[in-house]
Each structure stands twice: as structure tokens, then as C-alpha cells.
Ligand binder design. Structure first.
Ligand SMILES: *[C@@H]1O[C@H](CO)[C@@H](O)[C@H](O)[C@H]1NC(C)=O
Ligand SMILES: *[C@@H]1O[C@H](CO)[C@@H](O)[C@H](O)[C@H]1NC(C)=O
Length: 167
């Protein structure tokens, strides 16, 4: 009896050790995964561009948002939240950030996409600074894991410019 109990205990200890080792290796493999996402956004059309009665510029854009975020998905990825922001400088603020579109990617199968859309959220300036303004479009993402820490990163796409005149 005594020796059986001892062996069962030793077996249990081994089992727990193997399980702990497997967990450590799994979480290590998740950290080793280096995502190589790509993104590309085209402004297909400026639908309209106006100074509102409150004096603030507002523009409506049609965008083609393409991205391949499949490399972010590992066994440990629950979902990925993405948002596209227009970023530009004004004399008042060194960074103005306007969210234009966002989405939740539930799985790797949905992580390569091309979306033809007008801006989902209003693109307004706090003032009338948008005419001829250079801006960046930045795709931000937050990877929500099943276990462990959330992480965030972005791709900056440069070289966009607003029209010189309202239309
Ligand atoms: C959107 O961009 C993707 C990738 O650059 C391209 O394949 C697709 O034809 C574009 N769609 C439109 C409507 O321009
Ligand atoms: C656009 O991004 C580039 C690279 O990060 C940065 O140097 C530049 O200042 C940005 N331009 C604007 C208008 O925010």
C-alpha cells in the first residue's frame, strides 16, 4: 500500500511538471511569433469637403482599406481590434488624430480583407485647417489574447493630402 501511494504521488508530480512545461513552451511560442502585417489604404474619392456653419472643416472620403493581419493570429489570439485614424499636425496641436473606421477581426480567416467604405466616423477638424493639409493614415491594432497581456501596434501610411479647395 505504502509503495503504491508513493508511486501514484510521483506520477502526479511528473504529470504536473509536464503540464507546467507545456504551458511555458506554449506561451513562449506565442512570444516568439513575430507578426508581419501589411496594410494599404487608398483614398478613392473625396465625396465632399466643406466648412461647417460652426467654422470647422469636415470631409467625407471613400476609402479602400486593405490589410493582411493573418500573421497576428496564433493559438492564443482571441480577436484583434483595428482602427484607422487620420493623423495630421496643426499649429495648435502637434498631433490631431481622427478615427475614421474600425472593426473587430474574430479569426484568422477574416484577417485578410479589402473594404470599400466611406469614413464610418466624422472626419472633422477643430477649426479650418484641412485645406491642402498633408496627413497620414494609420492602422492601429490591439491584439486580445486568450491568456496573457494585450498588445498594440500600428502601421503608418504617409503621403496623403487634402484638396486645396472646398467642394
Ligand atoms: C483595394 O485595394 C486592393 C489592394 O490594394 C485592390 O486589390 C483592390 O482592387 C482595391 N479595390 C478598389 C475598389 O479600388
Ligand atoms: C507621418 O508619419 C511620418 C512617419 O511616422 C512622420 O514623420 C510625419 O511627421 C507624419 N506626418 C504627419 C502630417 O503627421
Amino acid at each position: 500500500m505504502h509503495s503504491f501511494g508513493y508511486r501514484a504521488n510521483a506520477l502526479l508530480t511528473l504529470g504536473v511538471t509536464v503540464l507546467a512545461l507545456m504551458c511555458a513552451m506554449a506561451s513562449l511560442s506565442d512570444n516568439i511569433n513575430v507578426p508581419s502585417p501589411s496594410a494599404n489604404v487608398q483614398v478613392l474619392n473625396v465625396n465632399w469637403f466643406q466648412k461647417q456653419s460652426n467654422g470647422n472643416d469636415e470631409v467625407s472620403l471613400t476609402l479602400n482599406v486593405s490589410a493582411d493581419l493573418r500573421s497576428m493570429f496564433t493559438w492564443n489570439t482571441k480577436q484583434v481590434f483595428v482602427f484607422l485614424a487620420a493623423e495630421y499636425e496643426t499649429t495648435k496641436n502637434s498631433l490631431n488624430q481622427v478615427s475614421l473606421w474600425d472593426g473587430i477581426i474574430p479569426s484568422k480567416e477574416h484577417a485578410k480583407f479589402s473594404i470599400h467604405t466611406t469614413n464610418k466616423y466624422r472626419f472633422t477638424d477643430q477649426g479650418s485647417n484641412l485645406r491642402g493639409k498633408e496627413f497620414n493614415l494609420t492602422l492601429h491594432w490591439h491584439v486580445m489574447p486568450k491568456t496573457g497581456k494585450m498588445f498594440a501596434d500600428k502601421i503608418v501610411m504617409t503621403g496623403y493630402r487634402m484638396p486645396e479647395e472646398y467642394r
